[in-house]
Design a protein. Structure first.
Lengths: 116, 131
């Protein structure tokens, strides 16, 4: 089954990307993505790291606003699609992600293709 | 690379790639467009509105695929448990566009949703996790 793992990070986490901590931050994510690839669960070409929330635009109907939806502390930092045998396995991969204590990972099944 | 799920006319989408081998427009930047729907929006996938719901989405995704800008995407199952009426991520596409404005224009054509978030994708250094 294919799952989307969406990684949510706090403002402090995003700041780490530009700080002296940056090599550790990116190193941890690189290692994690490589582990997904090595385990042959990563759906290639499907995931992406995202620019920080300040670069987001939110569109509601005709209304366009700069910046992310503000009523959440955690914002999307990136996502991957993985193909695994079970939800438990997906969760296990989600738990390995280098999100900080302020962050979260959302695990969501991808819609299966229709029968026939 | 065409993903394992195939777009079947008029029926639900799963994960999909850039379609019939049309190369995404060279140059430009990759933008992720995230669609958020309310619980009612998710309900419309399977209630009596479902024919209209899927027709609109198939049309929208099909038109982006035809213009050759789509790199990947997926529709997601709704969250389990209650979201307390708030909108949740329902799917996403990653498209290639010359500018944020162009990406926004693509986002705005989506069928009615609670809201859409457009975010530029990081130019990741190539490593074995990328395609």
């Amino acid at each position: 089954m294919t799952y989307c793992l969406a990684y949510y990070e706090s403002a402090a986490d995003f700041e780490r990307r530009e700080s002296s901590d940056a090599p550790a931050y990116w190193g941890a994510w690189s290692a994690y993505i490589d582990a997904l690839a090595d385990a042959n669960v990563l759906v290639r070409g499907a995931g992406a790291g995202l620019q920080p929330p300040a670069t987001a635009t939110v569109i509601r109907g005709k209304d366009i606003q700069d910046g992310p939806v503000v009523d959440t502390r955690e914002q999307l930092g990136g996502f991957v699609l993985i193909t695994v045998e079970s939800l438990d396995e997906a969760i296990s991969w989600a738990q390995k992600a280098p999100v900080s204590g302020d962050g979260a990972v959302e695990v969501r099944p991808v819609l299966p293709p229709p029968a026939g | 690379m065409i993903k394992s799920f195939v777009l079947v006319c008029g029926v639900a989408l799963a994960a999909f790639g850039s379609g019939s081998g049309v190369q995404a427009e060279a140059g430009g930047k990759a933008f992720a467009i995230f669609f958020y729907e309310s619980p009612q929006g998710f309900a419309n996938r399977t209630n009596k509105e479902s024919g209209r719901y899927w027709a609109k989405w198939t049309g929208y995704i099909g038109s982006i695929q035809k213009s050759g800008v789509i790199e990947s995407g997926a529709a997601l199952l709704p969250p389990s448990g209650s979201s307390a009426g708030k909108a949740s991520l329902s799917g996403y596409v990653v498209v290639r566009a010359k500018s944020l404005k162009d990406a926004q224009a693509i986002a705005r054509r989506s069928p009615a949703v609670d809201h859409v978030e457009v975010r530029e994708v990081l130019p990741m250094a190539q490593h074995k996790g990328a395609n």
